[in-house]
Every structure is written in C-alpha cells, then in structure tokens.
Ligand binder design. Sequence first.
Ligand code: GLV
Length: 310
Amino acid sequence: MAILVLSHPLPSEPFADALRRAAPDMPVWTEQQPPPSPDAVEAVLAWRMKPGVLPAYPNLRVLCSTGAGVDKLLAAPDLPPGLPITRVVDPQQGVQIAQYVVACALHFTRDLPLYAAQQARAEWRRHPVRPSERCRVGVLGLGAVGQAIARAFLPLGYPVAGWSRRPQDVSGVRGFAGPEGLPLLLAQSDILVCALPLTDATRGLLNRATLSQLPQGACVINVGRGEQLVEADLRALLDEGHLGGAALDVFEREPPKPDNWVWTHPKVLATPHIAAQAADDVVARQCIEALHAVRAGRRPQHAVDRAAGY
Ligand code: GLV
C-alpha cells in the first residue's frame, strides 16, 4: 500500500525520487511504473486530475497537491466525498515569490523599460526617481505567500497595504478586508499584486470594473492564477493608458498561444509560471506526513477546506 505520483504535466520522477529518499521503505509508483493493483494506492500526489482517475483507487485515503494551489485538483468532477486534500506550504516558496514580485515592481517603479528603450537608442537621459509615496503597494491575499510579499516591500520604504477575505493583522501592513475593503485598497495601489487562491469568489476578480479603480499609471503583478485576471480587460486598460504595465507569471491559458498579445505587448512582462515552485523534498515530506496522519486517523496538517477552495 502506498503512494502514486500523477504529477502531469510536471515530470513525475523528481517527486518519486524525493519520496523514495524521504521514505525508502514506502512503495512509490508513477504512470510509467504503475502500481501492482489499484487497491494498493493509499495516496495520490498530483497537480491536476483527469475525470475517472480517482474513483479507480478504492483504498485512496489522501490526495496531495504538488503545489501551494489546489484549484486544479478541486476542479476534478469526481473527487470522492470526504477525501482529505492537502496543499504544500513551503516557506522558501513564499521567499521566491516575494523575490519575483519585488523584481517586477522595481522594473516598473524604477522605469527599467524606459531606460532599456533609451539604451537601445544610445540615449543618455536621466528622469526623476519616483518618490516612495507614489509606489504604494497593494497585495491581494494575505496568506503565507501574500504576507511574505508584503513584508519584502517594507524595507524598500514603499507603503504597503493588503486585502484579505477576513481581517489579518500583519505588522507594518495596512489591512483591508471583505468586499467593502477592496475598492479602498484598489484606489491606493500603484502596484497591485495578486496572490490570491483561485476560488469561485476570486475567478475574474481583476476585470475592467476593478482594474479601473487603480490609480492612473498603476501596474499589476499577477502571481495568483491566470483565471483571476480578465486578460482582454487588462489589455484594454493598458492600451487606453490607464494602466502603466503588467507582470504576468500566470495566464488564462498556460502556455498562452504563440499569437497571444501578452507575448509582445510593450507594457507586459510575461514569464512562464516560474515565480516559485515548492521544493521536491518538501512536497515529498509533506505528502508522507499527510499519509501518516490519515493512517493514524488525524486530519493532515495542510488539509484544505474544500468549501473555501484553499
Ligand atoms: C504554483 O502555482 C503552486 O500552486 O505551487
């Protein structure tokens, strides 16, 4: 009895190797090395799930995500009721995402695209540095990742605010919460960072109506999920000049098609979902811990609330 890795489209071998390192006596299978019988599978480690797969494993006790987000797993139409689902909580992932977001924010706030264009023309021209008070950062989502992002901005002297479903107290960060807090945060975010989980409440949250509430020239950084940002609305606001730029690490469709406007838009910095990845060893350790927990009749530490969606 043990763990089956179905991490497609991520390669399964690095996860399988990490599981074997962490628990040498635990049988570990993959699509390429399938289990001897479906009865043997107690835990599945996966990123997304095709319909019809999970019900084939009658002794499945826990479904573990290979990442921090579980939206792709929760979208499976045939999740066995009551099956615990876990996410990865890797502090290094928060650090990496914060690094990525700060790099993107500085790209915009320190006018790096402008200087790159000048360099291409061999043009030596200096522009005033934007004062910190005009680089107000607003972070949507104050979970582990959102908090890491918010904290990373504090030493730069930028005013930082955060928005969450329920009020959160993060030292040095001005907090807004709930539907009534969102317009307040938007109106004062020169840099808007999306670090929300994808749920029914956050799907399409960043659209023409909400993005228009950002101050003129604001920049958007999305490290949440592509489905939270209506890309056509973003494009219109960039073209109309209301928004100054966007850094996108996640997209409505991944990868975006080669002719998608995001690849070539002069105000867009597009990266292939690389802001952060949980370390294979952490993924493996937390999957094994989750299996031990359910075997002992306990709720795994990083089990998600299916109704909340994260
Ligand atoms: C990455 O997007 C993750 O959910 O870990």
